[in-house]
Design a protein. Sequence first.
Length: 345
Amino acid sequence: MKLILGIESSCDETGVALYHSERGLLAHVLHTQVAMHSEYGGVVPELASRDHIRHVLPLIRAVAQKAGCQLQDVDAIAYTQGPGLSGALLVGASIACALAYALDVPAIGIHHLEGHLLSPLLSDPAPEFPFVALLVSGGHTQLMRVDGVGQYTLLGETLDDAAGEAFDKSAKLLGLSYPGGPELAKLAARGQPWRFKLPRPMLHSGDLDFSFSGLKTAVLTLTRQHTLDEQGLDEQTRADIAHAVQEAIVEVLVDKSLLALKQTGLKQLVVAGGVGANQRLRTQLDQAAGRRGFRVFYPDLEFCTDNGAMIAFAAALRLQQQEARRDYRFNVKPRWDLQQINYTS
């Protein structure tokens, strides 16, 4: 297999890419639904599904034109099978399988988190197996040991809210627009360090699990307290709270990542997922890497959010492990444990 079309439609972004097993990534295009969902303060699943339907076929045509390819040149079509929103996943799966059937090429369902986890391998320099991976996004916060493609061992995960949820929910409490994480990071840059000290849940638990619901509750209490004050929740106070939120989340993520490296004895850390674009997190991890002598790898910023390139690339690596089959029956897996991936069946 040489040319792979990848389709990502798990949530609120429609991503399409063409990846060549010898020439690398040829082209990728992305449509985001941020403007549409911002009116509601979060993702509306039915609207997300309908928007994927409107955009996926035009994006497929656009990426083919951008890469200078014809659809008839495609050797396999990959799509996000899960986890994600059921309706959104069904859009990508049905179109991918129908198109694969029409072209008489294999259709390959890819785990969304596997795509994120492997996306730093698209960059230069790229990590080598084995490594520790911090998967950190709006819906997931996990530490994984990665020994190879399809060889993933869970080291720890969030017991409640993910780090991205903590960013987004705190941003909403501060009156910031959706998506809240990037907006909170911008506001935090104007905050006064250490005016507020927020809890670092499970920081000293001794294991590699996370919890961020208590932090969200603390932010709610703090914002209500200042809203009731005579001065109200002024702009500087909002910035100071945003700074405290970001520091709390980043400290937990960094410390747990360092503990994972210590426990596994590995010297490479991969950071993937939307929160991996946070500059404060990158700075703190880079500084820790300099002090402790390990290497840290990130996907390019354009590949931190959901995208078709990571799906096409993961499929290319999958095809090195197993033979592709032409089976156009499909199902989606809104809840799908990464460790349940089975390359032999």
